[in-house]
Design a protein around this ligand. Structure first.
Ligand SMILES: NC(=O)c1ccc[n+]([C@@H]2O[C@H](COP(=O)([O-])OP(=O)(O)OC[C@H]3O[C@@H](n4cnc5c(N)ncnc54)[C@H](O)[C@@H]3O)[C@@H](O)[C@H]2O)c1
Ligand SMILES: [Zn+2]
Length: 363
């Protein structure tokens, strides 16, 4: 049993399959490898876990493999160049399909490699972290990091298909799983109050990895992201709403030093801060801000920035980010299920949110 979400971006349409035991389902994957050759990109942790299954499924495909070292530190142009060297050395042409097997780091690196190798070859995403399944693998953003900034070198490049096998999450460390839940919560807050309420009600099942509940959560998140991407592939408008909680989140990641908190953990705190600020702006009912905080806390995510970076955060959030003299441009919450861009958030209120150690109201 699986669900299919069809994502249309301009002329290009592709399926996102979500369900259990999909990796071994030859009927699903095989049609998306058009030629007789494929090139699997994974990493040293994930490759050994799932590549053997793929090899069994793609029996009539000549499958080459390249496993990167594990970690964000290897999401670089050097590793793309190295991968391209392997592609060339093994004589891969434009008919080869690149298969990305792993979390967001592998997906971003492999996706960018697919976008640039011989000006673009087909690729398929097989995301194996919750974060990659609900976020990174959907929407066609690919990028690698530069020493001067994250995701500075990239391309919009859509895959032929995304195959999400929920069973792959069984081996994922708990901390990574919980981090992915932050993006699930984000999708509810920004776009669908019914989904948010469902996540609230099923949080324990999500944390316990109940397969049916996970499938629904992933499928609904992919649907929400797909609808937005279909509308605004290149982030000229509405796609920016997907960054809810991320301005605060990125500031926390950068203040602490990347890698100290997982991205999803910083987003968890960022969502609570966006809600707190929305309440201070009198846009959002304090009781809704409290609901957001509660679900983030119950998920086991941090709900506020670490005390030691509070001063730094204030500085990071004020520097270079001014949209107007009136204040900063941020994504806030008008109600649960509706995020909005606010162009002129007063700095004083942002500072209050950053320093707040408690919820605005008792609940
Ligand atoms: N392209 C986009 O739209 C987009 C969106 C969000 C994030 N991202 C990017 O995604 C990256 C983060 O992705 P991530 O959170 O998936 O991190 P990740 O890719 O580093 O994976 C986290 C860890 O889990 C391991 N792992 C992955 N799947 C596993 C499995 N099934 N079992 C056991 N271990 C497994 C990985 O090897 C790694 O050690 C960042 O680089 C971020 O910039 C991209
Ligand atoms: Zn994110």
């Amino acid at each position: 049993m699986y669900e299919t979400i069809n994502l249309t971006v301009g002329e290009h349409q592709y399926p996102i399959y979500v369900g259990s035991d999909l990796l071994s389902n030859a009927d699903l994957l095989r049609p998306h490898v058009a030629g007789r050759r494929a090139f699997l990109i994974s990493n040293e942790t994930v490759g050994p876990l799932f590549a053997p299954t793929l090899r069994q499924v793609l029996t009539d495909v000549e499958l080459d493999e390249h496993f990167l070292p594990d970690g964000e530190a290897f999401k670089t142009l050097d590793r793309v160049t190295e991968t391209v060297e392997h592609l060339i050395a093994r004589g891969h042409t434009r008919d080869t399909t690149i298969v990305a097997l792993g979390g967001g780091v592998v997906g971003d690196t492999a996706g960018f490699t697919a976008a640039v190798y011989q000006r673009g070859v087909p690729f398929v995403q097989i995301p194996t972290t919750l974060l990659a399944q609900v976020d990174a693998s959907v929407g066609g953003k690919t990028a690698v990091n530069h020493a001067l900034g994250k995701n500075m070198i990239g391309a919009f490049y859509q895959p032929q298909a995304v195959v999400i096998d929920t069973d792959t999450l069984n081996s994922l460390p708990e901390r990574e799983r919980i981090a992915g839940v932050a993006e699930v919560i984000k999708h509810g807050i920004m776009a669908d109050k019914t989904y948010f309420a469902w996540v609230e009600a099923h949080l324990e099942n999500i944390l316990a990895q109940d397969p049916e509940v996970m499938s629904h959560a992933i499928a609904r998140s992919c649907q929400i992201k797909s609808e937005i991407v279909a509308d605004d592939e290149k982030e000229k408008g509405r796609r920016a709403l997907l960054n809810l909680g991320h301005t605060f989140g990125h500031a926390i990641e950068s203040a602490l030093g990347y890698g100290e908190w997982l991205h999803g953990e910083a987003v968890g705190a960022g969502l609570v801060m966006a809600a707190d600020l929305s309440a201070r702006m009198k846009m959002l009912a304090p009781s809704d801000a409290f609901r957001i905080r509660s679900v983030v806390e119950k998920a086991g995510l941090p709900a506020m920035p670490p005390l030691q970076v509070v001063d730094q955060l204030r500085e990071l959030m004020s520097r270079d980010k001014k949209a107007s003299d009136a204040g900063l441009r941020l994504i806030l919450v008008r109600s649960i299920g509706e995020a909005v861009v606010v162009p002129d958030v007063p700095e004083a209120l942002i500072a209050e949110t950053i320093s707040a150690r408690e919820a605005l109201c008792g609940g």
